[in-house]
Design a protein around this ligand. Sequence first.
Ligand SMILES: [Zn+2]
Length: 213
Amino acid sequence: MKNYIVRVISEQANVIGLACVTTVLVNEACRLHGAYPTACTALGRALTGGTLMASLLKMGQRLALKFEGNGPLKKIIVEADYEGNIRGFVAVPEVDLPPSDENMIDRLIENIRKLPPYTQMLRSGQASESILESIFSGIPYVTLEKHELFYRCTCSRERIEKVLVSLGREELADMIEKQGKADVICEFCRKSYHLGRHELEALLDSLRDQSKP
Ligand SMILES: [Zn+2]
């Protein structure tokens, strides 16, 4: 069977539905990379996730997904576009782990099937931990970690200066001449940074110093 994706929409429910078959392209990717079963499964899921997400893009748009960690696979990169072109790789394709106990998987699926609807759980103020407890009912597990989450931006004046320097000498000189300043707004947190003529000239000087033999 060919690989394909179907997208449906319900105007009444204001909901989009997506389903896809990626078996052939995943097999092709795993063959190209010589991926062992565990690496192949991980790459396959990433490719399929990228495929689903890319189908929500507009014509001409593409997306990139990067999974990076300190696990044995190290890194998975996936790129996909609206037209259905998918590619990806895994940093360490030679990873193979023992398969999971099938009975445990069946039990997990059964537990998930018995869960009340998500909105009901959220409305009743059920904590994330108790939802996990229901999913893992009858399956031994340990909590690896629990930590707080924040919306936090890593921008700073130094980073903005680096971006301006990366524009190169010509463009920076042009900016000083035409605008005499730079106003940069961080796209992630909307914080604005203003650099005056003297500051821009200092950046330009630093570029000149670097290029001296
Ligand atoms: Zn920011």
